[in-house]
Design a binder for this molecule. Sequence first.
Ligand code: HEC
Ligand SMILES: [Cu+2]
Length: 312
Amino acid sequence: MTWIPEVASNLASKVDGLLILITLLSLVFFILITVVLVYFAIKYRRKREDEETPYITGNEPLEIIWTVIPSILLIILFVYGYVVFKDMRTPPEDALEVTVEGKQWLWTFDYYNGKKTINELYVQHNRPVRLVMEAPDVLHSFFVPAFRVKQDLVPGRYTQLWFTPTKIGTFDIFCAEYCGTGHSAMLGKVIVLSPEAYEIWEKGVKADEGAGVASLPPAELGEKIYKEKGCNACHSVDGSVLVGPSFKGIFGHAAVMQDGSSVNVDENYIKQSIIEPQAHVVKGFQPVMPSFKGILSDEEVTALVAYIKTLK
Ligand code: HEC
Ligand SMILES: [Cu+2]
């Protein structure tokens, strides 16, 4: 079926089943009511000027039928909905836990083994995952259409979500709660790996750094990281100012800091801006850039520097 997203989790077909049942039932009643309405309007229209409207006081059997049948249908929908809801709310005990932070405007994922990723959630095929989620700033909503899961992240409390991915592949994550300028760029991917690939990833080798990516020239690798690690939510490359300054033409020029000092934008300054963003805050901007320490490897930072250099 192409009119609904791919079915890629254990919960997806249950949610679809309920949705399809409700839609079909609504359709049946819509058609039934419309047809009867049109039919009656024609059949019982006033035919003569002096025709009087009959006075009808009630019809008990009819009233019982149209009360009992919809009530039964509603009870069925409620029970079906409750069963699916309860399932979606009750993660299995052995689910793997990942801590998610959604903030303006990116997703960070912390795994049990100390690994941390940005905008990419790595999970294992057929293994349940429980996400414990928090938001330090405003409301966000974690939404994976292919899994049929969506949950708000609420400042000041933890919310949770679980699913078992049933298909190997890459699936979109959206923020589904308007959260400011960068909302539409608050995107991510869930990467579902086979158990073997997951084991390799867990041990530290990055799953997405196959031979193809590793052999990219640094500037191209940098461009890829710029897009995949969410730099593009806050930094443009065409000179337009987003949450942060544009990368266009910064290299080799002086940047003015909040305290009025000026710093030359060279390799070390860019590296420091990525690892310790608050060390120098550019004038006219808020100190909101998250640190990428421990998230980006030295090689990736070098690739970013190479990419920024090409943006004249
Ligand atoms: C949430 C928004 C946000 C994200 C995501 C973000 N930055 Fe920033 N960045 C900023 C802001 C705001 C500033 C300016 C304030 C400051 O210097 O801390 C900045 C400053 C910088 C600077 C200094 C720019 C200059 O003109 O002097 C560099 C370099 C930089 N960021 C690189 C990156 C890279 C590389 C990434 C992705 C790995 C990234 N940033 C992700 C918000 C962000
Ligand atoms: Cu958001």
